[in-house]
Design a protein around this ligand. Structure first.
Ligand code: KIV
Length: 290
């Protein structure tokens, strides 16, 4: 039986989970209706990821999605799940020009959506930016490992930390981001040994996305888990397969309209009988309009 979120899940709840060892589920979410269902199902953390570029808008990378679009959908998720911890994702280009630009745009995201934290794909050179955001009072999620916004530089969507050297770099970046004031670190597509080392050597909550079992919270792209995307990454569990039932339901609707079985009498709005009679009579008496 689902246990709906009855009170607000906060950063302190996530920090407590880090100390108690309770694992926290997080899903991506991009709209009001799904957010409402997720809150009813007891999902404590929702990420409004820039993966919206792929699964909502149909782009083949996350790069084209705009800040305005991310703000609009993050606000919708907030309205749908007021008790969940909602993380807004900063899209490519919205925080790269200067620290001033980053602070302005992140403050817009927070003010206009009511999100609880913001996520940025960061590199070591952006420590001062993370520090400025933390100084502004923003809970920053520092996204490390596979960073889809850097697909051009990475040469594809491959798991990160393939060599001891790369693994040490990811660990060093995590320590650097914690020092800079990041409230959480998200590790995407890295081997579990790296995540374990990050968990052991830092004191902030670590969110894994294909990073093994040591992380304090786990996130997946919801559409992957529901079987709605053509390629599911290897770390994503099958929650259910909705593609077949949805396709069947759409096909059934097409058929029912084509055959005239829909709409039927039970779908009609009903006029009061006297009004209906008067209307039908007027059709017979009145002159045609032309
Ligand atoms: O945009 C997103 O959905 C993400 C997750 C895959 C971590 O960044």
């Amino acid at each position: 039986m689902p246990v709906p979120l009855s009170k607000k899940f906060t950063l302190n709840d996530l920090r407590s989970a880090r100390s108690t060892g309770n694992k926290i589920a997080m899903l991506t979410c991009y709209d009001f209706t799904t957010a409402r269902l997720m809150q009813e199902a007891g999902v404590p953390m929702l990420l409004v990821g820039d993966s919206a570029a792929n699964v909502i808008l149909g782009y083949d990378s996350t790069l084209p999605v705009s800040l305005d679009f991310m703000i609009e959908i993050t606000a919708a998720v907030r309205r749908g799940a007021p008790h969940a911890f909602v993380i807004g994702d900063m899209p490519f280009g919205s925080y790269h020009a200067s620290i001033g630009q980053a602070v302005r745009n992140v403050c817009r995201m927070v003010k206009e959506t009511g999100c609880d934290a913001v996520k940025l794909e960061v590199s070591d050179g952006q420590g001062r930016m993370v520090c400025a955001l933390a100084d502004a009072g923003v809970a920053v999620v520092a996204h490390l490992g596979l960073k889809p916004q850097s697909v051009g530089l990475l040469g594809g969507y491959k798991f990160q930390g393939r060599t001891a050297h790369e693994a040490k770099d990811i660990l060093a970046s995590a320590l650097h981001m914690e020092d800079a004031g990041a409230a959480m670190i998200l590790l995407e597509a890295v081997p579990p040994e790296i995540a374990s080392a990050v968990v052991e050597q830092t004191s902030v909550p670590i969110i894994g996305c294909g990073a093994g079992p040591a992380c304090h919270a786990c996130v997946i792209v919801t559409q992957d888990g529901l079987g709605l995307t053509p390629h599911r990454p290897r770390f994503v569990p099958t929650l259910t397969d909705l593609s077949g039932p949805l396709r069947d339901a759409f096909a059934e609707y097409v058929q029912s309209v084509a055959t005239g079985s829909y709409p039927a009498a039970e779908h009609d709005y009903v006029m009061p009988p006297a009004e209906k009679a008067a209307f039908l009579k007027s059709l017979k008496c009145e002159e045609p309009p032309f």
